[in-house]
Design a protein around this ligand. Structure first.
Ligand SMILES: C[S@@+](CC[C@H](N)C(=O)[O-])C[C@H]1O[C@@H](n2cnc3c(N)ncnc32)[C@H](O)[C@@H]1O
Length: 221
């Protein structure tokens, strides 16, 4: 399996397997042009940039201007000149050129209408191009048997709806699956939970929210 070679950080440490699986399933490689929508600090952007190399291009899009600075700094640290950071709302997604892949992770849970964003992502890729989303089913996560919640998110369980949302956005459904990192005691799962909540779960069992990955394709290759 192809593994992203970038320094991926904590979130990618616990959720890196679904990312690596999705990118391997796509055959992502040299020269690809991609968009990382809702790029945040650029964890996924950097992983994509490492895999497409200097002849590829990654547009890192986020509506928070602070993300552009963070992504630009991360790209500069890795000498990744193929990264172009853009401040733009996903609902208005407009890129300078059609891309092979539009990717988002932990984005649709925050937007007003996930289907509107998926439609914009579908329009941003070339005919036959790929749209991939990785979103959580927050309430399916458990700490010591108790369900997670995320009151700040508009759609904390959007992962559970994702395959149908792709179809509503006019995308062909190619693959879909869910994975949940789990652990107990010291380790990346407990550290990740503590970074989110400020609470150390100690020896309790932690099942992080399952991440649903959907791979879709724009019709018309
Ligand atoms: C939880 S972070 C995820 C960051 C990154 N995708 C990752 O997986 O590490 C969500 C990001 O989506 C961005 N965001 C939220 N709503 C957005 C919108 N409507 N358009 C573009 N970006 C948005 C936020 O600014 C934030 O950077």
């Amino acid at each position: 399996m192809t593994e992203p070679t970038a320094e991926l950080g904590l979130r990618n440490d616990v959720y890196r397997r679904p990312l690596a699986t999705a990118l391997e399933r796509l055959g992502l490689g040299a020269d690809w042009k991609c968009a990382d929508v809702g790029a945040g600090g650029g964890d996924v952007t950097v992983a994509l940039a490492e895999m497409v190399g200097g002849t590829g291009r990654i547009y890192a899009v986020d509506n928070d201007p602070a993300s552009r600075d963070a992504v630009a700094a991360a790209a500069a640290r890795g000498s990744l000149a193929q990264v172009i950071a853009i401040t733009q709302a996903a609902e208005d997604l407009t890129l300078p050129e059609p891309v092979d892949l539009a990717f988002c992770r932990f984005l649709l849970m925050h937007v007003i209408d996930p289907v509107t964003v998926l439609r914009r992502m579908a329009r941003a890729v070339r005919p036959g191009g790929w749209v991939v989303a990785q979103e959580a089913i927050t309430s399916a996560g458990r700490v010591d048997g108790a369900a997670f919640s995320m009151p700040g998110a508009r759609h904390p369980d959007v992962g559970a709806l994702l395959p149908a949302l792709f179809r509503r956005a006019g995308l062909d459904l190619v693959d879909a699956w869910a994975e949940a990192p789990a652990g107990a005691g010291l380790g990346p799962v407990a550290a990740y939970l503590e970074s989110l909540t400020g609470v150390d779960p100690g020896e309790d069992s932690v099942i992080l929210p399952p991440l649903v990955t959907v791979i879709g394709r724009r019709p018309g290759a």
